[in-house]
Design a protein around this ligand. Structure first.
Ligand code: C5P
Length: 397
């Protein structure tokens, strides 16, 4: 239910604007108050009169409408809402947001708001796939903007692919999730994820097979419980979840820097597969073959991020969770690791190739804490994440 919630709905100019009218109905059915804002282009697709009638509200259209400024300035308008929803979010609106432009009412509200923003993108498939739009999407996601969709399917322009605006009920579900007062509301949780890449020279690097799937699932599950999540990720195969603040790094040293810069945090979950070693000194130029002689790589040890944070004298997160990917003596090794690193819990798993866990969709974990050893059944990585997030919520309550 959304009763008592106030949603500022910015309708962009695209054929999907007609679906925004149904969205208004669906949000109001659930008790939300919807304040509609139309861009100039949106008025080509839906009329202010029909939007106003459906919302039972005045429609805001012009930045320089002085009556509105006297009644409610645009700053106030952007802040009095519980959530700002942009549906459809056009390529143009996304570009304006990513660039911080404020040259009409919609973009000004989006720049001035201090509330979460949820975008439902809708555009032609080529426009969606264009590197500029994908760049803007990455910027917006990193800024903590929430995204729902787009869906894949036939488009009004006759093409097929991703670009259709999500159906109104899917947007409503995303609105409800964004406004949910979960048990982790007000808590800041840091999650590291993915592999690190340690350069050998400008074109080669040391890496590992971590896909980042478990870390991304944990970040998503924590955000779904209302946490304010900072997601520090190496170059992973899976995309970061929406609704979290993303910091992308390459190396272990950069990951430590990003983690330290993101403190204080109530909880820190170290799911990343950090390279233990980097090159003692990476070559500035590509290492060349030298008539039959093989190069010798000299390593230096990387900082142990988990141990560094777990052993902080002041400002240590209340809950520090490490992972142990082992191939033998899983529980004994993980128990020793918990002691050595000084973390509160270790989530251990067997990553022997025959388990199919590394890079797969399932995981079988054992949680080791001061309360003992608890083995969970083999579950999907999403289910492991949900169970772990619920545990974290309990520990931080
Ligand atoms: O020592 P090991 O790599 O097995 O420990 C795994 C745990 O430690 C994981 O939680 C991983 O994210 C973390 N770790 C770290 N920094 C390192 C190595 C591992 O944070 N340099």
């Amino acid at each position: 239910m959304l009763s008592g919630k106030r949603i500022l709905l910015i309708i962009g100019g695209g054929i999907a604007a007609f679906k925004a009218q149904d969205l208004i109905r669906r949000l109001r059915e659930r008790g939300a108050e919807v304040i509609p804002v139309l861009t100039k282009a949106a008025e080509e697709f839906v009329t202010p009169l029909s939007v106003s009638a459906l919302a039972a509200q005045k429609v805001y259209r012009d930045l320089f409408d002085l009556t509105d400024e006297a009644e409610m300035g645009h700053i106030e308008l952007s802040r009095s809402a519980d959530l700002v929803v942009v549906a459809p979010a056009t390529a143009d609106l996304m570009a304006k947001m990513a660039g911080g432009l404020a040259n009409d009412l919609a973009s000004t509200l989006l720049l001035a708001t201090d509330k979460r923003v949820l975008l439902a993108p809708a555009m032609n498939v080529r426009m969606w796939e264009h590197p500029a739009t994908q760049r803007n999407l990455a910027t917006l996601t990193a800024d903590g903007v929430l995204i729902v969709g787009p869906d894949e399917g036939d488009m009004a322009c006759g093409e097929y692919g991703p670009g259709r605006m999500s159906e109104p009920l899917a947007i409503v579900a995303a609105v409800e999730a964004a406004l949910a007062d979960g048990p982790l509301k007000g808590k800041h949780v840091l999650v590291t994820s993915g592999p690190t890449h340690e350069p050998i020279d400008p074109v080669r690097y040391i890496a590992n097979r971590s896909s980042g799937a478990q870390g991304a699932a944990i970040a998503r599950a924590l955000a779904a419980l209302g946490a304010d999540v900072t997601f520090v990720t190496g170059p992973a195969d899976v995309d970061p979840p929406s609704g979290v603040s993303v910091i992308r790094i390459q190396t272990a040293q950069e990951m430590l820097g990003a983690v330290e810069a993101s403190l204080p945090a109530d909880g820190a979950i170290f799911a990343a597969a950090v390279a233990d070693w980097r090159m003692a000194s990476a070559s500035d130029s590509k290492i060349k073959k030298k008539n039959g002689k093989t190069p010798t790589l000299e390593f230096a040890e990387n900082p142990d991020i988990l141990a560094t944070i777990a052993q902080m004298k002041a400002g240590r997160p209340q809950l520090v969770v490490g992972f142990a990917a082992e191939t033998d003596d899983v529980i004994a090794n993980a128990t020793a690791k918990r002691e050595r690193k000084g973390c509160d819990w270790i989530v251990a798993n067997d990553v022997s190739p025959e388990t199919g866990i590394m890079g797969g969709v399932e995981n079988a974990v054992t949680v080791i804490s001061n309360e003992g050893v608890e083995s969970w059944p083999r579950l999907s990585k999403d289910q492991v994440a949900a169970k772990l997030a619920a545990r974290i919520a309990e520990a931080l309550s």
